[in-house]
Ligand binder design. Sequence first.
Ligand SMILES: Cc1cc2nc3c(=O)[nH]c(=O)nc-3n(C[C@H](O)[C@H](O)[C@H](O)COP(=O)(O)O)c2cc1C
Length: 174
Amino acid sequence: MTGAAMKQIPINDAINLKFPEWVGFLITCDPDAGNKPNLMPIGWMMCCSFEPPMLALGVGQSRYSHQLLVKSRTCVIALAGEGQAELLRRTGTCSGRTVDKFQELNIPFRRGLQAGCPLLTEAAVNFECEVTDRMATGDHTVFAVRILAAHAPDHPIRKLENWGGNRLAPAVPL
Ligand SMILES: Cc1cc2nc3c(=O)[nH]c(=O)nc-3n(C[C@H](O)[C@H](O)[C@H](O)COP(=O)(O)O)c2cc1C
């Protein structure tokens, strides 16, 4: 055998070595309540098809957002902009079941064109999506979503990245 020494470590410690990772918001709407919107931070997402353009999202089955995504089958994924660290912290520690996050946190938004969910004007980019498939994976569900439209600010906004341990920092220089 050759190479550097290696030891077995706890699986959760190993998983934490994946950081930094993308971070953004999953925005959903309740079709039974006049399309009232909700949002939650999401880190578990990746591109999974060029043609058609698609993302895969890992959403905990206990989340209110999970319930809305199953019901409405549409969402917006907004990659967090550099000014949205506090919004990530605040929207990730409460549930839309009990808090109207858009109203209470006075979140700036614009109407979406395709998915019926709002776009975040302070995000680095917004993707309007529709759910095409889903698969239960342990305590989460992986949703496959097709990107219908994308929106970026006229003046580019730097993306935030999640470095783990509640540390968020801008991703790359413009
Ligand atoms: C930085 C960050 C990343 C997160 N990533 C995910 C994720 O990928 N999937 C998930 O189910 N929850 C994730 N969460 C947790 C949810 O955002 C959190 O439970 C939220 O309060 C759920 O809100 P809801 O009940 O209104 O849907 C994350 C939280 C933070 C702060």
